[in-house]
Design a protein around this ligand. Structure first.
Ligand code: PDD
Length: 285
């Protein structure tokens, strides 16, 4: 039975209850993280908690746990759920008021909710086992604060559904200038002539922890050039390789975009190299 954490208590997930006046429920007024943990080993924990806490500051959600306090709850939850390959979902909302008012209420206690779900085993740097993903593209119709990992995910949900309805794995997004932002639940990388590229951080995309770790690991390794630069959709269509990154997907190769193969439609050699380097170092974050 899956064990969750809700407001100070560990309990079976199916028994967790919140008020319908919770601002997370009424307004999507909250933040979340998904942290991967393989065999009890967390990946990128500090970076995830730092992004979470910085999001709280941005939306003025007051909550005073230290990174160590988050770590204790997360570690205990992982143990209580069998320490397998797990995604740890962490959620904070501004809390439940006694009325529905848009303005931030005084003196409400934030709702803190965590649960875990099974992840597939850690993806390995193995061409024979890797699965190439298919994606479609769409103009990014979300808001101007995509850098905040908010639970207000309707824009992302609608974009994800666009791809899902077409039977593909993801929807990658571009702005009005036809420049790549990210995907509905992942960051996007392309490879051209041996150089790895991803859009620079701004308010139109989430500062993904997998993106950060991959860039950091590749720069420290130094054997492949990496660039954070504006990428047009023409460049994406003309890329040698396209990858998606996220805490649940690691680095996932894309083999088809809008019904056309990416390059020759096979998983590329740079994906394999990047995965080899990334896999060696990811548990040290
Ligand atoms: N999604 N961009 C968006 C819009 C995302 O929702 C995510 C993560 C990412 C990648 O971020 P990270 O590498 O920190 O996971 C980029 C999570 C996994 C989710 O919503 O389930």
């Amino acid at each position: 039975m899956s064990i969750a954490y809700l407001n100070g208590e560990y309990l079976p997930l199916t028994e967790a209850r919140i008020s319908p006046l919770d601002r997370g429920f009424l307004f999507g007024d909250g933040l979340y993280e998904v942290i991967p943990s393989y065999g009890g080993k967390l990946v990128g924990f500090s970076a995830h908690i730092q992004r979470f806490q910085s999001g709280m500051q941005t939306i003025q959600l007051k909550h005073d746990w230290t990174e160590q306090q988050w770590r204790e709850v997360v570690t205990s939850l992982i143990e209580q759920n069998g320490s397998g390959d797990l995604g740890v979902y962490i959620h904070i909302s501004r809390g439940a008021d006694t009325k529905r008012l848009h303005a931030f209420p005084d003196n409400v206690t934030p709702t803190v909710f965590l649960f875990t779900y099974e992840l597939p085993p850690a993806p390995s740097a193995d061409l024979a086992k890797a699965k190439g993903l298919r994606v479609v593209s769409s103009e990014d119709m979300r808001w101007q604060h995509c850098n905040i990992k908010t639970t207000s995910l309707l824009g992302n949900v609608l974009h994800y559904q666009q791809g899902f309805a077409k039977g593909v794995n993801e929807t990658i997004l571009f702005n009005q200038q036809q420049q790549l932002t990210e995907a509905s639940s992942c960051n996007v990388f392309i490879v051209k002539n041996g150089v790895i590229k991803t859009p620079p951080l701004d308010n139109h995309l989430l500062p993904g922890i997998t993106r950060y770790m991959l860039l950091d690991i590749l720069r420290k390794d130094g054997s492949i050039e990496v660039q954070e630069c504006a990428i047009s959709m023409d460049q994406v269509r003309d890329a040698d390789e396209v990858w998606l990154t996220s805490s649940s997907k690691d680095i996932a190769p894309v083999i088809e975009l809008d019904g056309q193969p990416v390059a020759d439609g096979k998983i590329g050699p740079m994906w394999l190299r990047a995965m080899q380097i990334y896999t060696q170092h990811k548990f040290s974050y």
